[in-house]
Design a protein around this ligand. Structure first.
Ligand code: ADP
Ligand code: ASP
Ligand code: MG
Length: 413
């Protein structure tokens, strides 16, 4: 007998018919002799509409406590509905909210971090042959208020629960067949990876592959939870996210990702002297704005330009701060651009292969795509380009690195 956590995403519970199909799969898993905890997202589109209602009535910055009280309701609904569907086919089941499973978080509404999960209520239910249906995305903060874990957070709920009850596997059911070498909606011939290492998946998730929330991958890596990302539409094998040593096929590039949700700010003509970077970035960090890429140009005539990227949601605030600091430090001007995208190639194989960066730049140059910023780490290379070139850049990089002999060494050309 295995202990399995199954998480179903929004599309997988998007209608009464889909919920019935999920109930059948859960019941079948139990009949096969397993104990099952189900973690659910809200029905497709539900969280988006709750978020826009919150904006309509609460303005740009609705009260965080009330925002979470509202957006967490989507999961209450789907969990209760699936429980009813299970009971109707003779499978005992009970729905549980974040607070009922003791999923305790910190107090940061809308992006709360999980502190602890209480395994006991779940183990008790499972012991009595009941399926536990847990609301994803929500927890309970220090003062007893409902908190939410950030968009896509049900993945993290599932992995945290799997870690707490020491599940044998955590299955993430979604609307694609697994983790692909690129978003299959953008690259039609992207292929499914049989296995991907936690480290690669972490980079892919943080660089735009929204198939798993970043924190869920961190959790899985830290607690060695075997993750299986698979389709809720059929029974085929999906992608296993595993330890590096368990990946059979080491690709130079395992994934090409993009993120169009960043914006770029350039502070031009600042004095090339100690302390300038601190003057620019301290107020941004005080405002809790996470700066991603930073580039300081080579100084000419004693002045230099500092360019950086921020999440597009923080762009108006970040631009305002940069303009204020810019005038204090005598910058020539401050300009911003929202129409940018970050395109990245990710792969553990890059550790052993030189020449990936130069080949990436060549491919983009051949496509006529101008590169604004570059960032590299051991297993990824990211570039910032104009947003309008995103699709063609991703497809060209996929063709160069994945379609044509991804396992071959990539040499300087
Ligand atoms: P769910 O509602 O099941 O949580 P999401 O919409 O959050 O599903 O994530 C699944 C989506 O992630 C897919 O429909 C796909 O478009 C997108 N995606 C982006 N990059 C990738 C990738 N590399 N592999 C698979 N899916 C990806
Ligand atoms: N329903 C939440 C969202 O849409 C959480 C999730 O689906 O994972 O972001
Ligand atoms: Mg998701």
């Amino acid at each position: 007998m295995s202990l399995i956590v199954q998480k179903y995403g929004g599309t997988s519970v998007g209608s009464a018919e889909r919920i019935r199909a999920v109930a059948d799969r859960v019941a079948q898993t139990v009949r096969a002799g397993n104990q099952v905890v189900v973690v659910l997202s809200a029905m497709a589109g539900e969280t988006d509409s709750l978020v826009s209602l919150a904006r309509e009535l609460g303005g740009d910055a609705p009260d965080p406590r009330e925002y979470d009280a509202l957006v967490s309701t989507g999961e209450q609904k789907s969990a209760a509905l699936l429980t009813m569907a299970l009971q109707r086919i003779g499978q005992p089941a009970q729905s549980l909210s974040g607070s009922q499973v003791g999923l305790r978080t910190d107090a940061s509404h809308a992006r709360a971090r999980i502190l602890a999960v209480d395994a006991e209520p779940l183990t008790e239910l499972l012991g009595s042959g009941t399926v536990a249906v847990v609301t994803g995305f929500q927890g309970v903060g220090p003062s007893g208020d409902v908190t939410t874990l950030g968009r896509g957070g049900s993945d993290t709920t599932a992995v945290a629960i799997a870690a707490a009850i020491r599940a044998d596997a955590c299955e993430i059911y979604t609307d694609v067949d697994g983790v692909f070498t690129a978003d299959p909606r953008v690259v039609p011939n992207a292929r499914k990876l049989a296995r991907v290492a936690y480290e690669e998946m972490l980079e892919m998730a943080s660089l735009g592959a929204k198939v798993l929330q970043i924190r869920s991958v961190k959790f899985a890596m830290n607690y060695s939870v075997p993750l299986h990302v698979r389709s809720s539409f059929h029974d085929g094998e999906g992608t296993w996210v595993v330890r590096e040593e368990d990946v059979m096929e080491r690709l130079v590039v395992s994934g090409v990702t993009f993120n169009a949700k960043e914006a770029k700010i350039r502070v031009r003509g600042v004095k090339d002297q100690p302390g300038i970077a601190a003057r620019i970035f301290t107020p941004l960090s005080e405002a809790e704005i996470v700066v991603d890429m930073i580039l300081q140009n080579y100084a000419q005539d004693g002045t230099t330009d500092v360019t950086f990227t921020v999440p597009v949601g923080d762009y108006p605030r970040a631009l305002k701060i940069a303009q204020e600091v810019g005038s204090e430090i005598g910058a020539a001007d401050v300009e911003g651009d929202e129409a940018i995208a970050k395109v990245s190639v990710v792969g553990l194989g890059m550790k052993d292969h030189a020449g990936v960066a130069s080949r990436m730049f060549r491919v983009l140059a051949d496509e006529g795509v101008n590169i604004h910023l570059i960032a590299t780490s051991e297993i990824k290379i990211s570039v910032v380009i104009d947003e309008r070139h995103t699709g063609e850049a991703v497809r060209a990089l996929h063709e160069a690195f994945v379609d044509s002999g991804a396992k071959e060494p990539v040499e300087e050309s």
